[in-house]
Design a protein around this ligand. Sequence first.
Ligand code: NAD
Length: 497
Amino acid sequence: MSTTTANDLYPEVNSFLESGILKGIVGGKEVESTGGETFITSDPGSGAKLAEVFSFQANDIDQAVDVADEAFKKTGWAQMPQNERSALLHRLADAVEKQKCIIAQLESLDAGKIEAQAQGDVQNFVDTIRYFADLAQNVQRRSVLAVKNHEAWTVRQPYGACGFIFPWNFPFLLIGWGIAPALAAGNTVVIKPAEDTPMSAIYLGRLAKEVGIPDGVINVVPGIGSEAGAALSGNPKLKRMSFTGSPEVGRLVAESCGRNLVPVKLELGGKGAAVIFNDVDIPDTAEKLVNAITFHTGQVCCDATRWLVHKNIYDEFVGECVDRLQDVQIGYQLDDTAQMGPVVNEKQHKRVLSYLEKGQSEGAECILEGGVADVPGYKGYYVKPALMAGSLDNVAAREEIFGPVAYLAPFESEEEAIAMTNSTDYGLANSVWSSDLSRAARVAEAMCAGNSWINAHNVFAHGIPYAGINKSGMGGGVLSVETLFDYWRGLSVVRPL
Ligand code: NAD
């Protein structure tokens, strides 16, 4: 099913789009790339150009890191009493919340994200800033050490300029998850948004200036990954680097950081499983997993993409899922009746379609075919949801597709389900579904990943660590007390008595 009506653009969104070539934000100023290079960001739902953006080159990135380094040393941000720094971060959160609908509409246009979901992402950003601003005021940065013949203590200090590279699937929300703990701890940041989705980051850079965050504390450097991203991750003046994106690029970023001995955090892809036992409420579980796989058109790193179903309920469960997936409303992201928008670009469109072909050629059964979806009036990158089934050795069961495609396989025993879940190089997030909560807890603990969810998928709350292991990431993850402490370096101070 498809639809064709779309919400009007807010006047502020129109004026942002008409404000000329979009510039980066460095040292509180709007800045062009020195050579005048640009790139285009487009609407995935219509294919139309949204804006031209200055494309930062290696020397522009180096200058931005120098500015962030200077801001760390000279603006007083790092030394500011914690309550003052947190107050400024709260002002930023308040300003973003006030502009929520505008930022969300820009994000929706740029990422192809359903507008209401983009509003949820912006609110999540606000909540993340507030969480870390408050947390930083309520933890001890000093610990006295009781060591014979010594007066000694440890103190936690911010590092300096921190680099961040973000992907296009949750552009604004992930910026919050990344920079909030770094800023709350007193560091300065250089943000490289994905070239597909630079607009919300640029909007944030402008707001940071308006609310009085000192110049140079939040810098935004739009550009292409192989140029701007590579220059940022290879800059030796950075004190910390954080990358969220694919394992392939994550490896390059980690190599560069390794050469410079810059500590790096990687939040990478996944191939999560949902293990569904035969004592579940079948329609309810089918509903929740269908919602999960179609949420943001399946472009979610922690999604359940392998559905492992007890053999006694397999056929009934599949039937429930097929009915629901066929009813999903595919439409333009600013159309309030649409449940699933486009994928982000032509490359991603081809990628999803190619996995349907490759999976079938390796012997997977196509329970629900998927393929190109037609949305009348829009020349965007739309796909239908698909269900595949068969051996877990199949390429569509092994590799991250990043689209609304789930792969099904039956299991008989708990041990088999655990072994199937763990038969992947990834280790981001899985879920277990059962009304036997003891069994659910046992299976959840046996799953080899950073996150196990029970009777739900995609569960996030500030204070619960979210991290990947193995090919899904390293460095401790996001969203928790540990994340804040991670942005302070420890220093021991000792005086012999
Ligand atoms: P990507 O790796 O292609 O790009 C991510 C970022 O890296 C972009 O900003 C890009 O410009 C930049 N980049 C590209 N080449 C670079 C290079 N050579 N050096 C430095 N930077 C470079 O990923 P994507 O396609 O934007 O995002 C999808 C991937 O992100 C998926 O694998 C998904 O699972 C993962 N992801 C993970 C999490 C998590 O929290 N674990 C969250 C969201 C997305």
